[in-house]
Design a binder for this molecule. Structure first.
Ligand code: HEM
Length: 552
C-alpha cells in the first residue's frame, strides 16, 4: 500500500512538474493606444525566451531568426504589466469559474467580455494551465493577424491531442503543428477552399436543402413546431457535408435515417460537451480518468469507429464505381500522399468539425430570423425578385450569392460567433527572437461592442450591405469568426455555401415565428443555444406570378 502511495505521489509530482512549470514571462506586445506606433517590449535574456511549445521549425528558418531590433525597444512595458485577474499559483483563476457557472466553463465568452470591460483591450489570464493574452480591439488583433508566419501555431485542444496520442492516432489538421500540419493541410486546402471546387457540389447541397424543407414540413406538429429541431439540424448538417466528402447521400433525412449516422451525431454531441469541460480543467485525466474523461473517451472511440466504417464503405464502393471523382475522398485516394489510415482519420476529423458548427450556425440564423419578421420579409422579397428577374427558379449557386442572404449569415455569426475566440501563439514579429505569447481575440466582446457595431445586440443584417459602407478594418476583423491566414477554417467555403443555400430555401418556403423566452448562448466547445429553440414553421404558398404569398 505504501509503495502504491509513493508511486501515486511520484506521479502527481511529475504531473505538476511537467504541466505547471511556470514559464518566466518576458515580452509584452501591448502597445497601448497612447503609445502610438508599434513598441515591442522585450527582455532579451536568452534563458527567458519562451517558444511556441509545438513549433518544429525547419532548421533553415530557425537559423534566420534574428535578435530584436533595439530601435523598437522603447516605452518598455514588461509582460507582467499586462493587466488581468491575479489568480492563485498553479490553478490561476480556475475557481472564479467554479463560482460563476460550476465546472462547465460554458459562459467563458461572457467572462472575457466582462474582463475586457474591466481591464481594457488587452489582458492576461491563466486558468489552470491555460494561459492567454486576450485582445479585444480589431486594430490590435489585426496586427497579430499580419504577423503570421508560414506555420501558424494555434493552441492544441489538449484533451483531443492526448486522446489521439494515447490511442495511436495521428493528431490531425486541428491539432498538428509546423511542417506536419502544413503537409496535411496542403493535401486538402485547394480542394476545400477553392470556390470553383466547392460550387461543384452546390446543386447537391441544394437537393439536401430541398429534402430538409420537405422533412421540416412533414415533421411539424399542430402548432407548426418541429419536435427535436436540434437533432434535425444535426442531420441536415451531416447530410450536407456528406455531399462534398463522399459525394453521396449519407441517409440522415429519410424516414428511417441510418443508425450509424444517428449514432455518429449523438456521440459528436457528447464529444463536444465533455471537451468543453476538459479543455479548461486541470488535466488530471492524464493520471486519473475522471467521469468526464471517460465519457469523452467513449464518445471519441465511437466516433472513430463510425468514421472508419463510413470511409471503408465508401472506399469499397469506389473500387467498383470510379464515377465520384469530385468527392474529397476520391481526391485523397488519387493524390496518393496519405495512407488509408490517414485518409480515414482526416475524413472523420472533417466530418466532426463540420456537423456541430454548421448546425449551430443554422439554428442561430433561424432563431434570429424568426424574431425579426421585417428581415424575413426583405429576404423573401430579395429571393422572389431574383427569381422574377431570372425568369424562373434560381440555381442553388445563385441563391447562395444573394447579398441579403450573405448578410444574414454574417450578422448571425457576429451575434453568435460559433468559435468565440481566435487564437495564436504569436510567432512572426516576436519570432524574431523566438518569443511566444499565446494570444486570443475576444470575438464575442469585439462583436458586441457598440464602438464597432452600433446597436450591437440587434440583428441588423443590412449593416453588411455594400451601400452601408462598413469600416474596412472592422469588416476584416469580423472575418475572424472563421479564424485567419494560412490556418483559417478549412470548411469556411463549404459552410458558407451550405448555410446560404439552406437559409434561402427555408425562407422561400416558410415564414418563421418564435414565441418562447430569449435564448442565451452557451459553450459546448462551439456556441450553442442554452435550451431547445422552438421555432414555428408556417408553410408559404408561393404563386408563380406574384411576389406576394399566403401562409398556413
Ligand atoms: C459555421 C461553421 C464554421 C465555423 C464558424 C468554423 C470556425 C472555425 C475557426 C474559427 C477555426 C480556427 C481557424 C484559425 O485558427 O484560424 C476553424 C478551424 C477549422 N475548421 Fe472550421 N468552422 C466552421 C465549419 C467547418 C466545417 C464545415 C469544416 C469541415 C468541412 C471545418 C473544418 C475545420 C478545420 C479542419 C479546421 C482546422 C484548420 C487548421 O488548423 O488548419 N469547419 N473553424
Amino acid at each position: 500500500m505504501t509503495s502504491v502511495n509513493h508511486a501515486v505521489q511520484r506521479s502527481i509530482k511529475h504531473f505538476f512538474k511537467s504541466n505547471f512549470q511556470s514559464a518566466k514571462r518576458v515580452v509584452s506586445t501591448s502597445p497601448r493606444k497612447d503609445q502610438g506606433a508599434l513598441a515591442l517590449q522585450m527582455d532579451i535574456a536568452e534563458n527567458n525566451i519562451q517558444k511556441c511549445p509545438f513549433l518544429k521549425l525547419p532548421t533553415e528558418e530557425r537559423d534566420t531568426m534574428v535578435t530584436p531590433n533595439t530601435n523598437q525597444v522603447s516605452n518598455v512595458q514588461p509582460f507582467d504589466n499586462i493587466p488581468g485577474p491575479k489568480g492563485l499559483p498553479i490553478v490561476g483563476t480556475l475557481f472564479d469559474y467554479f463560482k460563476k457557472d460550476g465546472p462547465r466553463f460554458n459562459k467563458m465568452f461572457q467572462v472575457q467580455q466582462q474582463r475586457s470591460a474591466q481591464y481594457g483591450e488587452i489582458y492576461y489570464e491563466k486558468i489552470a494551465d491555460f494561459e492567454s493574452v486576450i485582445v479585444s480591439s480589431p486594430e490590435e488583433y489585426n496586427r497579430l493577424v499580419r504577423s503570421e508566419g508560414k506555420y501558424p501555431c494555434r493552441r492544441e485542444m489538449a484533451p483531443m491531442a492526448y486522446y489521439n496520442r494515447k490511442k495511436g492516432y495521428a493528431l490531425g489538421i486541428v491539432n498538428s503543428q509546423g511542417q506536419d500540419w502544413y503537409n496535411l493541410r496542403t493535401v486538402v486546402s485547394k480542394k476545400m477552399l477553392k470556390l470553383s471546387e466547392v460550387s461543384r457540389v452546390s446543386e447537391n447541397v441544394g437537393e439536401v436543402a430541398d429534402d430538409f424543407v420537405q422533412r421540416l414540413s412533414a415533421l411539424r406538429d399542430s402548432t407548426g413546431q418541429v419536435p427535436d429541431l436540434d437533432k434535425e439540424l444535426f442531420k441536415w448538417a451531416m447530410e450536407s457535408i456528406g455531399t462534398f466528402l463522399f459525394e453521396e447521400r449519407i441517409g440522415c433525412l429519410g424516414n428511417q435515417p441510418t443508425q450509424n449516422a444517428l449514432s455518429f451525431i449523438e456521440n459528436l454531441s457528447g464529444f463536444f460537451q465533455n471537451l468543453q469541460v476538459l479543455m479548461y480543467s486541470i488535466p488530471l485525466y492524464k493520471i486519473w480518468p475522471s467521469k468526464t474523461w471517460k465519457k469523452f473517451e467513449n464518445c471519441s472511440d465511437r466516433i472513430m469507429t463510425l468514421g472508419d466504417m463510413f470511409v471503408e464503405k465508401k472506399l469499397a464502393s469506389m473500387q467498383d464505381n470510379k464515377d465520384s471523382k469530385s468527392a474529397l475522398i476520391s481526391h485523397l485516394v488519387s493524390n496518393g500522399t496519405l495512407s488509408r489510415k490517414e485518409i480515414t482519420g482526416l475524413m472523420t476529423e472533417l466530418l466532426s468539425a463540420a456537423v456541430e458548427t454548421t448546425s449551430s450556425a443554422l439554428t442561430w440564423a433561424l432563431y434570429s430570423l424568426a424574431r425579426n419578421p421585417k428581415v424575413q420579409a426583405d429576404l423573401f422579397d430579395e429571393i422572389t425578385e431574383a427569381k422574377l428577374k431570372n425568369g424562373g427558379p434560381l440555381s442553388a449557386e445563385k441563391l447562395a450569392k444573394l447579398p441579403l442572404v450573405k448578410a444574414v449569415l454574417k450578422e448571425t455569426l457576429r451575434l453568435y460567433p460559433i468559435s468565440y475566440t481566435s487564437s495564436r501563439y504569436i510567432q512572426d514579429d516576436l519570432q524574431l527572437c523566438g518569443y511566444t505569447i499565446p494570444a486570443g481575440a475576444n470575438l464575442y466582446g469585439m462583436f458586441h461592442n457598440h464602438d464597432y457595431f452600433p446597436e450591437p445586440e440587434k440583428f441588423l443584417p443590412e449593416r453588411w450591405l455594400k451601400e452601408n459602407k462598413m469600416d474596412a478594418m472592422i469588416k476584416s476583423a469580423s472575418q475572424l469568426v472563421w479564424g485567419h491566414g494560412a490556418r483559417m477554417c478549412l470548411g469556411r467555403r463549404l459552410a458558407e455555401q451550405e448555410l446560404h443555400i439552406t437559409i434561402a430555401k427555408i425562407i422561400e418556403n416558410f415564414q418563421l415565428n418564435y414565441h418562447g423566452d430569449e435564448v442565451q448562448p452557451i459553450l459546448n466547445t462551439t456556441m450553442v443555444p442554452d435550451r431547445p429553440v422552438n421555432i414555428q414553421f408556417s408553410r408559404r404558398h408561393i404563386s408563380e406570378d406574384t411576389v406576394f404569398n399566403k401562409t398556413d
